[in-house]
Design a protein around this ligand. Structure first.
Ligand SMILES: Cc1cc2nc3c(=O)[nH]c(=O)nc-3n(C[C@H](O)[C@H](O)[C@H](O)COP(=O)(O)OP(=O)(O)OC[C@H]3O[C@@H](n4cnc5c(N)ncnc54)[C@H](O)[C@@H]3O)c2cc1C
Length: 420
């Protein structure tokens, strides 16, 4: 494991600002408040920073980002400069997603990309007319590629198109430049979080904002604060896993309109790796949505990474530990031949929907709910501030969008106390 686990630190009884969650958003907020002379603490339920950014050393020569891996929109991504400052090498090999897939599993690739590009054009047109309807309405009836277009939605949105708002999909900004952090995106977040005032294993259970000062109850006691920045994943806010008193039904409803979809990853150790291309793409021309997409030898490592989304990923999580790896091996074998069954060994897999402090992977707006991101992001009484990837107006679902949202919430805190 390349991330560092934190020790339990005694909680102060009172601070100026409490930040709840040490994922990208919480770290962005804490950095922005670092030199402001305020007494700040970040309360984190896990024993590590990074949240949905988490790097593990899956084998001596395989590092694996269990959560985020790509510096999306790298030319506008605030983690790029942070990586440079912290001396983390950036690999700017572009992703192989649109490349010809390895082998002959997907020879009709050009036909597929014509179909999906035409679908995206129809979506954009509908969004420009202000349609906040389900994206699947813009699939061409009877098109043979519809199941696979839906599979791509499960990778991008964490869910099938029937649950995706056309307007929200349109609001997402993607410059098309995607890079990676050689030592892992999660490892970069761990380094970014070092030296911040963090309390680990500290599960926040209640924010009471009924009195002049906020009272925060945690698994390690209570403290008071003037301001709180809340960065919890939307499913936890919607489920009221952290209770806010008096309740904020508008926030709960907005979070419910922005559920986290499910995406999971697996890394499989590959014997005789030289026989396969470095940073190659493997995908099958399947006529079903329940299919994985595979990255062969990322960074040239001796492994294949699989990626699964939507209802299929959720079903695999429910099927038990090891089901994701097994599904990946079975599918790769169906593309490349039986020989690969003995060449592949499961190393690590994620199960984000079952993770108690995430309950999913990244947010999408349900049809009719594109406006919920702004509702979730809005401060309450100049005392409760909200950050997290789901609050980003344009870089939602991403780690840099989360980080930037933390910075935005920190600037709202400073404005509220007259510092800006
Ligand atoms: C499989 C997968 C692949 C992804 N791929 C990419 C990618 O390639 N590129 C990209 O940019 N993004 C990707 N993402 C998304 C990205 O990881 C997230 O958008 C981002 O990390 C979210 O940051 P956050 O701070 O909003 O939330 P989180 O990282 O979830 O942080 C919230 C923190 O709050 C803590 N917490 C929860 N409840 C409590 C509580 N009650 N008390 C105290 N603490 C609590 C959690 O433990 C967590 O640390 C991926 C995500 C997944 C799951």
């Amino acid at each position: 494991m390349t991330t560092e686990a934190g020790d339990l630190m005694p909680l102060p009884s009172s601070v100026d600002v409490v930040i709840i969650g040490a994922g990208a958003a919480g770290l962005g907020a804490a950095h922005a408040l670092k030199d402001c002379g305020l007494n700040v603490i970040v309360l984190e339920a896990r024993d590590r920073v990074g949240g949905r950014g988490y790097t593990v050393q899956a084998a001596p020569d395989v590092i694996f980002d269990v959560g985020c891996g790509w510096l999306h929109s790298a030319d506008q991504n605030s983690f790029v400069a942070i990586a440079e400052q912290l001396d983390f090498e950036i690999d700017n090999t572009l992703p192989p997603w649109r490349d010809r897939a390895f082998g002959d599993a997907f020879l009709e690739r050009d036909d597929f990309f014509r179909a999906i590009d035409a679908f995206y054009d129809r979506l954009d047109q509908a969004a420009r007319q202000g349609e906040d309807v389900p994206a699947n309405l813009y699939l061409e009836p009877g098109n043979r590629w519809n199941p696979m277009i839906d599979a791509i939605s499960t990778y991008v949105n964490g869910c099938e198109l029937d649950r995706v708002s056309v307007l929200d999909a349109y609001a997402y900004q993607d410059t098309g430049i995607n890079w990676r952090v050689r030592r892992g995106y999660g490892a970069l977040m761990a380094a970014y979080g070092a030296a911040l005032p963090l309390a680990f294993n500290c599960n926040v259970t209640l924010i009471d904002h009924s009195a002049r000062r906020l009272r925060i109850e945690t698994s390690h006691g209570a403290l008071t604060a003037d301001k709180a920045i809340i960065t919890l994943p939307t499913n936890l806010i919607a489920d009221e896993a952290l209770r806010i008193f008096p309740a904020l039904p508008a926030k709960v409803d907005a979070a419910a309109g922005l559920p986290l979809g499910v995406d999971d990853k697996v890394t499989l150790l590959l014997a005789q790796p030289q026989a396969l291309p470095k940073d190659g793409n493997l995908r099958g021309a399947t006529m079903r949505t329940e299919t994985g997409t595979y990255h062969i030898r990322p960074f040239g490592q001796p492994c294949i990474e699989g990626f699964f989304g939507g209802r299929y990923a959720r079903a695999l999580e429910d099927a038990g530990e090891g089901a994701i790896a097994q599904a990946g091996i079975d599918e790769i074998v169906s593309f490349l031949g039986n020989d690969f069954r003995r060449k592949l060994t499961p190393l690590a897999e994620s199960r984000w929907a079952l993770d108690p402090f995430a309950r999913g992977s990244y947010s999408h707006a349900l049809p009719g709910h594109a406006g919920d991101r702004a509702i979730l992001a809005a401060p309450v009484d100049n005392r409760l501030f909200f950050a997290g990837e789901a609050t980003s107006p344009d870089f939602f679902t991403t780690a840099h969008g989360a980080r930037d949202s933390g910075e935005r919430a920190a600037s709202e805190v400073l404005a509220a106390i007259g510092r800006r």
